[in-house]
Write a protein that binds this ligand. Structure first.
Ligand code: FEO
Length: 413
C-alpha cells in the first residue's frame, strides 16, 4: 500500500468482508478466438484476505500492473501466501510467472491436469501443488475446497470454494464477456446480463453440454452454503446465485425452442428473397423467426440465437461449385459447437451447377440435425412459384418443430 500505483486509478473492490475483486477491465476487446465480444470483457482475479492471503487466478499478461495495483490497494502483494490457478488458459495465467516472481508465495496450487497444462505453457521448473477433486486446504484460518470441472471448458478447469463466506470461484463457467464499472450482476440491466451469459454459453460451453449437466448433478453432493458465484469474466452472481445454475441446466439440456433462425448470404438478392419467403412460411406456423444475413451478422451472434432455437435453416447461392465463404465459416463454427434438437433445412439460388444446397444439407446431416429432405433450389431469380416453394419449406420446418414441441410438452425428449 502507499505506492504510486495503488494511489492511482486502480482500486480493489470488496465482494465480501474478506474477498476483493482485483481483476482487470478490457473495455476494448472485440475478438476472443473468433467470438465477437461486443461489450468487451474482464479478467477477474480475487484476493482473499486473512492470516495467509490467497490470490485466486491472475490476469492476461498486458493487465498485470492493473491487477497488482488493485492488490496493493488492500495489502502488500508480498503478503500473499498462496496462488490458486483454476485454469491454465492465458487470459488467466498470462501474468502468472511474473506475479509468482514478484509475490513469492509459499505455494501455487492447481488441479492435476492444471499442473501439467501450466508446465506445457510455461516450460518452467516452478513447483505447483496438485489439489485433488473435493480436497480441502486450510491456510491460516482460510478454508478452501477444490472441485474438478473437467471440460468446462478445458481438461484442467477447476472450481475453488471459500467456505466461510460461501463464494464459489468458477473461472470461465457462469461468466460472460462484459466490461462494466459494476462488479455484481444485480447492478446491471438484466436483459444485458442474460443475453451476454447466453452468448458466452452458446459460444464456449455448448459443445460440453453433457459434461455441464454431469457437473450440475454433482453440485448438491458438495453441500455448499453457496452465497455467491464469482466467475473470471464479467460480474459476480450475488443475489440468488442459483439463477445461473438454472440457466445452465436449461441450456445444457438444449430443449426445442419456439424460434427459427434463417442464416444466409446472397449474391444478387435471389437467396435473400428466398430467405424472406422461408421466414414467412416459418412465421405462419407461429414461430418467432430471426433472419440472419451473414454480410452483417457475426458467427457468434448466430450461435447465440441458435442456443434457444428449435429450427435452423441455411441458405446460400452456389459460387464455383461451393457455398459462399460466409456459409462455410458459420457452418464450420456451428459444427464445432454441436447444437442439438434443431429441425433444419437448406435453400439457395444458382446459375448452372447448383451444388450449394446439397452441400448445406450434407453439413446438417453431419451435425446430426433433423433435416427436411428436400431443400429448395432456384435457378437465377425466384418467380412467384419458387417463392411459394420457399414458404412451403418454411411451413414444413415449422410443422415438424410444432410436432417436436408438442411431444416435449407431453413428456418426450
Ligand atoms: Fe477465460 Fe478458458 O479462459
Amino acid at each position: 500500500m502507499g505506492d504510486s500505483m495503488s494511489e492511482g486509478a486502480y482500486r480493489a473492490v470488496p465482494i465480501t468482508n474478506r474477498v476483493f475483486w482485483v481483476g482487470a477491465i478490457d473495455w476494448g476487446l472485440r475478438d476472443f478466438h473468433g467470438y465477437l465480444t461486443s461489450r468487451g470483457s474482464t479478467y477477474n482475479a480475487y484476493l482473499i484476505t486473512g492470516e495467509e492471503p490467497v490470490l485466486i487466478d491472475t490476469v492476461k499478461a498486458p493487465f498485470r500492473e492493473e491487477m497488482m495495483a488493485r492488490i496493493a490497494s488492500v495489502l502488500d502483494p508480498s503478503d500473499i501466501r498462496c496462488i490458486v490457478s483454476n485454469h491454465a488458459e492465458m487470459d488467466h495465467t498470462g501474468s502468472l510467472p511474473e506475479v509468482i516472481a514478484e509475490v513469492r508465495p509459499d505455494r501455487v496450487v492447481a488441479s492435476k491436469a492444471g499442473v501439467k497444462a501450466l508446465r506445457d505453457h510455461f516450460h518452467w521448473d516452478q513447483e505447483v501443488q496438485t489439489v485433488a477433486d473435493g480436497e480441502r486446504l486450510e491456510l491460516g484460518g482460510t478454508s478452501l475446497r477444490f472441485f474438478e470441472a473437467r471440460m468446462l471448458h478445458w481438461p484442467d478447469s477447476m472450481f475453488t470454494f471459500f467456505e466461510s463466506e460461501g463464494v464459489l470461484f468458477t473461472n470461465d463457467a457462469f461468466g460472460m464477456h462484459l466490461a462494466s464499472a459494476e462488479r455484481f450482476v444485480d447492478e446491471i440491466d438484466p436483459c444485458t446480463t442474460r443475453y451476454e451469459a447466453a452468448k458466452y454459453y452458446a459460444n464456449i460451453l455448448l459443445p460440453f453440454s453433457p459434461l455441464v449437466r454431469k457437473l450440475l448433478g454433482r453440485v448438491p453432493a458438495w453441500k455448499l452454503d453457496l452465497q455467491m458465484i464469482a466467475p473470471d469474466h464479467g460480474p459476480v452472481w450475488r443475489r440468488d446465485p442459483g439463477q445461473i445454475l438454472e440457466l445452465y441446466d436449461k441450456w445444457a439440456a438444449q430443449p426445442y425452442g419456439r424460434k427459427a433462425v434463417v442464416v444466409y448470404d446472397t449474391m444478387w438478392e435471389s437467396t435473400a428473397r428466398m430467405a424472406t419467403a422461408v421466414g414467412e412460411g416459418l412465421a405462419a406456423t407461429g414461430l418467432h423467426v430471426v433472419l440472419m444475413p451473414l454480410r452483417s451478422v457475426h458467427r457468434s451472434d448466430v450461435a447465440t440465437e441458435v442456443l434457444e432455437a428449435g429450427a435452423l435453416v441455411l441458405g446460400s447461392p452456389t459460387m464455383n461449385g461451393e457455398v459462399l465463404p460466409p456459409l462455410a465459416d458459420v457452418t464450420t463454427y456451428l459444427r464445432g459447437l454441436k447444437p442439438q434438437r434443431l429441425v433444419a433445412a437448406a435453400f439457395g439460388s444458382y446459375g448452372w451447377s447448383g451444388e450449394a444446397v446439397a452441400k448445406l444439407a450434407a453439413v446438417l446431416e453431419e451435425m446430426k440435425l433433423e433435416a427436411v429432405a428436400n431443400g429448395v433450389r432456384v435457378r437465377y431469380v425466384p418467380d412467384a412459384e419458387a417463392l411459394q416453394a420457399c414458404r412451403d419449406l418454411g411451413t414444413e420446418v415449422g410443422r415438424r418443430l410444432g410436432d417436436r414441441l408438442a411431444a416435449s410438452a407431453n413428456g418426450g425428449n
